[in-house]
Write a protein that binds this ligand. Structure first.
Ligand SMILES: *Cc1c(COP(=O)(O)O)cnc(C)c1O
Length: 375
């Protein structure tokens, strides 16, 4: 049996009682499992979880419990972590640049799918066992709609994708296409455009497309209204039927952010208020690293002794705890005018790219994970 962590009712209950001085990520397993079921029931294909968004053992364990059996991994360490959570998990190795020693380790982990975006990387896979092993050619298009564009780093243009599919087929692999529309993307048309081009590329290559992997990128609820995941799922299915017809491939998705974000609320303590500046116990080198790239969320509240601090919001300069002047949020954060030392700033939907990219710079940036029933 696995030791279960203490389960507290909520952050609002836990904070005044324990008054944690270090940053806390409150984790609600119920919320994570509900999100997983939403993907499993709503998406018309295989749901894989992109481990890099949050590789915490409890996250992997709860996803497995909810029925997720396949994972998008980018490194041998991620493979080992997933194997510990589920020995027979299906692993997709969708980091298209790999060293030969990483490839050898990955073969040992029994990878079911490898993504490639250039002939050099495909050639490195010559000795990979075939069986039903899939090569997923990573397609790149200039598509807008996301908070930032993953395509800047990886992907083959459509003409190159055609020759890669043909080469993978000639090497005896099953052929698939994969793409990623960019992270925090709420626009269903970004997926539709990719699906359309994937069909053209398949026809030009003259290959049988085993699967179409529509990536991650699904937006989390960071600001404004909650994104409509089901609208994206149904737009994807509709476009696949329209452009592939009878030859529709199986679908795969690989959400990271949208799977895990909502299951965590971050609680940071105010260390000091100096004029317009607020100093928090975590910042740009810790769980708030990503705000520089995707902007401030607006699901922020301030708590004092269990009650909400509700003064008029005024824009504040927010500093983190390290002694580096770059440890400052890029935008002014609206916080109540009466925010004070030892208050807690709660930020919802902070489960993705928070703990997983936190550094230990200056001895800060380690968040305690506290398990709660509700957030
Ligand atoms: C990071 C990544 C994902 C997850 O992206 P999200 O925007 O977090 O959903 C999925 N697939 C690949 C190949 C990735 O690199």
């Amino acid at each position: 049996m696995r030791n279960q962590p203490a389960l507290w009712p909520s952050p609002q209950w836990h904070l005044p009682k324990f008054q944690p001085d270090a940053p806390v990520l409150y984790f609600a397993p119920e919320v994570l499992q509900a999100t997983a079921r939403r993907f499993l029931q709503g998406f018309d294909g295989l749901v894989t979880y992109a481990v890099k968004a949050n590789d915490h053992e409890a996250v992997l364990h709860n996803l497995v419990t909810a029925g997720v059996g396949a994972f998008d991994v980018a490194s041998p360490l991620e493979m080992a972590r997933v194997r510990r959570a589920k020995a027979d998990a299906v692993l997709h190795y969708h980091n298209p640049v790999r060293s030969r020693s990483e490839i050898a380790e990955a073969v040992g982990h029994g990878i079911a799918s490898w993504s490639v975006d250039c002939h050099g990387e495909l050639a490195k896979l010559a000795d990979v066992p075939r069986q039903d092993t899939e090569i997923a050619v990573r397609l790149r298009l200039p598509v807008a709609g996301a908070a930032y564009d993953f395509g800047e780093k990886f992907g083959a243009d459509p003409e190159q994708a055609v020759t890669l599919l043909q080469a993978a087929r000639d090497m005896g692999f099953a052929t698939s296409i994969t793409f990623h529309p960019g992270t925090q993307c709420a626009d269903p048309e970004a997926w539709a455009v990719y699906v359309g081009v994937a069909a053209d590329v398949t026809r030009q290559a003259g290959v049988v497309l085993k699967r179409l992997n529509v990536g991650g990128g699904f937006a989390a609820h960071r600001s404004g209204a909650a994104p409509d995941l089901e609208a994206i799922f149904s737009r994807i299915s509709q476009e696949v039927r329209a452009v592939f017809g009878q030859d529709a491939p199986g679908l795969v998705c690989e959400p990271g952010r949208a799977m895990v974000a909502e299951a965590f609320t971050l609680a940071l303590r105010v260390k000091a208020v100096r004029g317009e500046s607020v100093f928090l116990n975590d910042g740009a080198y810790g769980s708030l690293t990503e705000l520089r790239d995707i902007g401030l969320p607006d699901r922020v509240s301030v708590l004092r002794g269990g009650d909400r601090v509700s003064g008029k919001a005024v824009p504040r300069v927010v500093f983190g705890p390290t002694c580096d002047s770059l440890d400052r949020l890029p935008d002014l954060m609206p916080l109540p005018e009466d925010v004070a030392e030892e208050d807690y700033v709660l930020i919802r939907a902070m489960g993705a790219y928070s703990a997983s990219i936190s550094t230990g710079f200056n001895g800060y940036g380690r968040q305690e994970i506290v398990t709660v029933a509700t957030l």
